[in-house]
Design a protein. Sequence first.
Length: 241
Amino acid sequence: MLSRTSIIILNYTKYSDSAVIVNALSDIYGRISFILYGINKNKQSKLISFQPLFILDTQIYYKPNRSIQKIKEYKLSTPLINIVSDIRKSSLAIFLAEVISKTVKEEYIDKLLFDFIKTSILILEELEHNISIFHILFLIKLSKYLGFYQEYIYKARYFDYKEGVATNVIPTHKHYMDENTYNIFIHLNKLAFNSSNIKNIDLKDRDKVLEILLDMYKLHIHSFNNLKSYSIFKEIFEVTV
């Protein structure tokens, strides 16, 4: 069946000397993979349209029981010029694409989730401020769609994110945050990506918040293991932000 679908590129892998397998998120099919032919040394530019988080309008020959689909036509929905040219944004794109790839399961269809991710990408493209915490806000907001979002409301000495409760008693396990970190979460929980009232969060606190968020994802999502892009992404942000 020939079908029109909007897709968000996650990654691609080499299939042969002239073909790659592209992994993407579709607005109507969820996670999909398709084969792209005609890739060789003379046509490497063809892959420019398949960078992480690029949004494409496509026509795909879709068969429900086929693991790898075939693509007929594609075009960029919106050129992501700033994401490509800004090393902070391009590293963010690689990191977030890997997070999405590990959290959104095969053929899990959720139009609201797709729209949230697409809107987030378009905001990142235009964003001039708050770039250093964009990924943190994204992970917090994404957890709502993945089913383990936690309310950060009540003042307390600790927040047990394994059980999802604020407490004044230190938990008996390691999956909790102290009062300072919890207050940062309370603040971030209220913010939009382009909020102008974001308090300054230093590098040490930002790293701690991110480590807790990644641990939270590991607790709630099976096989959410170490992210290959994390170390490079972290290094770039420590140098450039």
